[in-house]
Ligand binder design. Sequence first.
Ligand code: FES
Length: 64
Amino acid sequence: MYICICHGVTDKKIAQTIEEGATSMRELSQQLGVGTQCGKCTNCTKKILNEKLIEIVDVTDQVA
Ligand code: FES
């Protein structure tokens, strides 16, 4: 699903970028351009970021 129409960024691409190491909205903006034009995708991108980071922490806890 497209999250950022201005830059053609999908939820999968955002999730992949977080898995590759992005941990903040600023990093996602720099790498994908999300939130840098009209800003309508900012809230949705933050939601994905938070969910994904929690998921990564949970997996890390299980491994440790
Ligand atoms: S929809 Fe992402 S900046 Fe406009």
